[in-house]
Design a protein around this ligand. Structure first.
Ligand code: ADP
Length: 170
């Protein structure tokens, strides 16, 4: 049977840290289903469609990567998609407490679902979507932090220049 693993997250936007985890997971599982969280309560920079489109573009050449939007209980989404594995990335100790709680809650909700924790290359261990957005807004360089599709989309969103640069020019 095909081993499908779900990688859930906000991906607002996807970073090289996420990409690193996905590539590692592809070495182990037959298919990775990237579940993009659709949460009207959580304010995101990119719409669900924009976040999904960026991921699809990055993995356009991989038939074993699928992208879907999800809301509600992850365990229900997993069941509907015939997946028993959930992948989460662990950067530092700070991720651990929340992730540990979530994994055990998901196990309580559905004991058949197993959470796999994966560590990225250490060079991505400081990287988060929020930090990427902050660096971009302040005019910092995103080289090595996000795939070029993401950097292009950020420029497009802010009309070519990060807000700080546009302010400087005015
Ligand atoms: P969430 O809103 O669920 O935290 P994210 O999109 O930020 O969603 O992250 C999805 C998953 O990827 C989480 O398990 C998170 O810990 C992990 N992750 C995020 N950034 C990195 C990174 N740089 N390296 C490894 N894992 C990461």
């Amino acid at each position: 049977m095909e081993k499908i693993a779900i990688y859930p997250g906000s991906f607002d936007p996807i970073t090289n840290g996420h990409v690193d985890i996905i590539k590692r997971a592809l070495e182990i599982f037959d298919k990775i289903l990237i579940a993009v969280l659709e949460n009207p309560q959580k304010k995101s920079l990119f719409t669900t469609k924009e976040r999904m489109d960026m991921i699809k573009e990055i993995f356009a050449d991989r038939e074993d990567v699928e992208v879907k939007a999800f809301h509600g209980l992850l365990v229900e989404f997993a069941k509907k998609n015939n997946a028993k594995i959930v992948i989460r990335g662990l950067r530092a100790i700070s991720d651990f407490e929340y992730e540990f709680q979530m994994a055990l809650m998901n196990r309580k909700l559905n004991p058949d679902i197993e959470t796999f924790f994966m560590m990225p290359n250490v060079k991505y261990s400081f990287l988060s979507s929020n930090l990427v957005k902050e660096v971009f807004m302040l005019g910092g360089c995103l080289k090595d932090l996000v795939p070029e599709q993401v950097e292009n989309k950020l420029r497009e969103k802010f009309k070519k220049d990060p807000p700080v640069k546009s302010l400087k020019e005015n």
